[in-house]
Design a protein. Structure first.
Length: 387
């Protein structure tokens, strides 16, 4: 059967349906531009979501904007201010439902109405109880046409940390490990440089640039002496660094404590007046005393504290015992596992620690992964929250 073009197919349906399909296609085109704007704010807006907006008039984009940081104007306002008087009669495309409350900034609905925008198209509904449909209701009462849910899944995926925090009070947790084909993160001597190639390592630096905090265990700090910074060509942005050191055994001389861009937090069950806590504080770290669980830092309690601090996306980079604790306690939302085409054989360190499993029938089953190639390495992406 001969393939029909989109235009010929549209001619076969009633005019009203044709118009609806065309409008949806146009809305999705401009919403993708708004999503590109939103991506520019990833990692910079916590505890707010990343939001992008574009203003369209006569089929052309007349202004763009994204939310740059908490306390700065929202994406819709940035776009409206950039457009000036041209915003009157324009269509506004926003990746998130406009807000209708006073926070650090005035409500976006007020700016939309004052600018004379004729139509608002948004992607994600805002689960924040202060918003949650109120913005849409106010706009419609004022006679503004509103269309929601356009590319909602793509927009939701961009703000999974914010959505999870609103639902649970916990940050979104991504585990990242790099292992050889036989599952090792280091040789029998402890050497771990480098498991993966430069392409995979560049990916991790870009990821650090987009998260709010990077978390490791005390063993990783002592063994690998990492900096946990985002080293990008343009400098990047360093997230907060979190060291889970239940009994304060890390040395203040480790490089993670020498970084001055962003915070370094040590989570411990020891009291702040402990001599080793004072030495870490003198080295530049903040020492947080967290409730103990089985003699160690209660990770769920730590995550709640990080969320209150504003960290909505936490990247966990090791080591094995930390990984297994997050997996065993069901605290991880995503697993990024780099597999390098290398073999170390017997000995060495496995990327995952003890899970308390004795039979194959008890194995922790993961959902099917998405697979990417970075240089010579494979990246397996598991969305654990869907399992």
């Amino acid at each position: 059967m001969r393939l029909l073009t989109r235009a010929r197919l549209l001619r076969r349906v009633p005019r009203e349906k044709r118009a609806a399909e065309f409008d949806r296609a146009v809305a999705e085109f401009f919403m993708r531009l708004a999503l590109e704007e939103a991506e520019r704010g990833l990692g910079r807006t916590h505890p707010n979501p990343a939001v992008g907006a574009v203003l369209v008039k006569g089929g052309r984009v007349i202004a763009r904007g994204h939310h740059r940081r908490a306390g700065a104007p929202h994406a819709e306002v940035v776009a409206i201010e950039a457009a000036g008087p041209r915003a009157r009669g324009a269509d506004l495309y926003s990746t998130l439902e406009p807000c209708d409350h006073f926070g650090r900034t005035p409500p976006c609905t007020q700016a939309i109405l004052e600018a004379g925008v004729r139509r608002v198209v948004y992607a994600s509904a805002d689960p924040n109880p202060l918003v949650d449909g109120r913005g849409v209701a106010r706009l419609r009462r004022a006679g503004v046409e509103v269309l929601g849910g356009v590319l909602r899944e793509e927009a939701d995926a961009l703000n999974l940390p914010f959505l999870k925090f609103m639902r649970t009070g916990l940050p979104f947790v991504t585990l990242k490990a790099a292992a050889t084909l036989d599952g090792k993160i280091a040789s029998v001597s402890g050497d771990a440089r480098w498991v993966t190639g430069k392409e995979a390592r560049s990916y991790v630096h870009r990821l650090r640039d987009q998260v709010d905090a990077v978390l490791v265990g005390a063993g990783t700090v002592e063994r690998d002496d990492p900096r946990l910074t985002a080293r990008l060509p343009d400098g990047g942005r360093n997230p907060s660094r979190v060291v889970v050191d239940s009994h304060l055994r890390t040395s203040p001389s480790r490089r993670v404590y020498a970084q001055r861009s962003g915070k370094t937090i040590v989570a411990t069950v020891e009291r702040p007046e402990h001599p080793r806590a004072r030495r870490l504080t003198a080295a530049g770290a903040e020492v947080w005393t967290v409730r103990a669980r089985r003699g160690r830092v209660d990770l769920e309690e730590l995550l709640r504290a990080l969320a209150c601090f504003g960290a909505l996306h936490v990247l966990v980079e090791g080591g094995a015992e930390v990984f297994s604790s997050f997996l065993r306690d069901g605290l991880a939302d995503r697993l990024l596992l780099f597999i390098a085409p290398k073999l170390l054989g017997a000995g060495g360190l496995c990327w995952s620690g003890e899970l308390g499993i004795r039979k194959m029938s008890e194995a922790l089953e993961l959902p099917p992964p998405e697979v990417e190639v970075h240089g010579r390495d494979l990246l397996l992406r598991f969305e654990l929250a869907k399992a």
